[in-house]
Design a protein around this ligand. Sequence first.
Ligand code: GLN
Length: 202
Amino acid sequence: MRIAVLALQGAFLEHEMLLNKLGVDCFEVRQLKDWQQEKDGLIIPGGESTTQGKLLRELGLLDPIREAIEGGLPVFGTCAGLILLSQKVEGNSPAAPEPPRLGTMSMTAARNAYGRQLGSFHTEASFKGIEGNIPMTFIRAPYIAHASEDVEILATVDGRSVAARQNNQLVTSFHPELDMDTRVHEYFLKIVKRSEERFSRN
Ligand code: GLN
């Protein structure tokens, strides 16, 4: 198994360290040439979604990555990654043009709108499909404001949806890569393993 980690900006290194801890091979995607390597899944890290979106477009990565996800490639987006995967986003400046996005998940993300997150915070909450509470670190986090029926909500904090899955796509508002707990990444790797049966390596 080999996981691509988008490494244009943000907390990509922490994801790589967590994958290393789990003994999973990964590589960084900084340009189209990197992306063209064989892979079984993709992680989009937290950071700044507007910067990552612009870089994705500039580097010619936006369309190939979107096509791969639509073709079934498993993807895990944390925080800014959640925003990039959302079809719609609330909370962008109305004056500026909408920043580029992958927009492959049928949901709306509310950006920088999470009450308690205006400062960052840490909590623990349950996560569907994982036993026991999961540590959750939120840093200027988005939440899922609306989701279509195809999207399964996996975790809720203060009545806000903070983790979800739509087939091959997994997102969290929080940063599991910043805590020592590996269970959310293991949950993603299970999606990767299952999809390998159905999709050839893109
Ligand atoms: N607020 C950031 C954004 O809009 C996301 C924050 C994060 O990824 N920690 O992109």
